[in-house]
Ligand binder design. Structure first.
Ligand code: 13P
Length: 251
């Protein structure tokens, strides 16, 4: 049985002071609940120190939203995996569709970042997903397959430590969620790809999250699908109640 994992991707929202308040709110609901779910919050970079402090003594883990593949050097504005680790970070979202679309990240770059994250002991949350145009021209399988094979190439046994997030771009921030059936179909495809790239056993270990307008009222149905092992939540992770309700739906 895979442990479900629910992560909040705050994107570019919440100042450090606001992060402290949101985390306190989430903890006031979830601390002490005996819920067998891995819970992660991924605030903006400058919030991480405050967030690590605010999460002390909680079962909730801390994640970042991006990092650079290099260990150090002349990369103005970037941060390394080790810098995140020393800040108390345990997870890192990589290859989010916003980074791919707005900042030109390629599968090769995501792959290099994934390797660097794993080497530093971080759990990479590697995002894949098709655009509306790609779905409507029946290219979903080809696009997602290429992203999975490229972004997760050559990881060996470490593949088992990765989390994959399937986030159809047309469902992100649009209120338009993939149906549980649509999502399950792609999740099953991803798991078949992972088995081809490694072994069936590794593929069965990897958690595959769904992301894209996941809300308290659709989360349970999505996460009840056999290959949906949690959620990567954007908008609904910015309020303690809605994020906690999604976590509870995974319990
Ligand atoms: P929304 O939940 O706001 O659609 O965002 C999903 C997402 O991009 C999480 O990474």
């Amino acid at each position: 049985m895979r442990t479900k994992i629910v992560a909040g991707n705050w994107k570019m929202n919440k100042t450090p002071a606001e992060a402290r308040v949101l985390i306190a709110g989430i903890r006031s609901i979830l601390d002490g609940t005996n819920c067998p779910v891995e819970v992660v919050v991924c605030p903006p970079l400058v919030d991480l120190t405050v967030a690590a402090e605010a999460l002390k003594g909680s079962f909730i883990g801390l994640g970042a939203q991006n990092m650079h593949a290099a260990a150090s050097g002349a990369y103005t504005g970037e941060v390394s995996a080790q810098m995140l680790v020393e800040t108390g970070v345990k997870y890192v979202i990589l290859g989010h569709s916003e980074r791919r679309a707005l900042f030109g990240e390629t599968d090769a770059q995501v792959n290099a970042k994934t390797k660097a994250a794993l080497a530093a002991g971080l759990v990479p949350i590697v995002c894949v997903g098709e655009t509306l145009e790609e779905r409507e021209s029946n290219r979903t399988d080809a696009v997602v397959t290429a992203q999975v094979m490229g972004s997760l190439a050559d990881l060996g046994a470490d593949l088992a430590r990765c989390v994959v997030a399937y986030e159809p771009v047309w469902a992100i921030g649009t209120g338009r969620t993939a149906t549980p059936g649509q999502a399950q179909e792609v999740h099953a495809l991803i798991r078949r790809m992972l088995a081809k790239m490694s072994t069936g056993q590794v593929a069965n270990t990897v958690r595959i999250q769904y992301g894209g307008s996941m809300k308290p009222d659709n989360a349970a149905e999505l996460m009840a699908q056999p290959d949906i092992d949690g959620g990567l939540i954007g908008g609904a992770s910015l309020k303690a109640e809605s994020f906690a309700d999604i976590v509870k739906a995974a319990c």
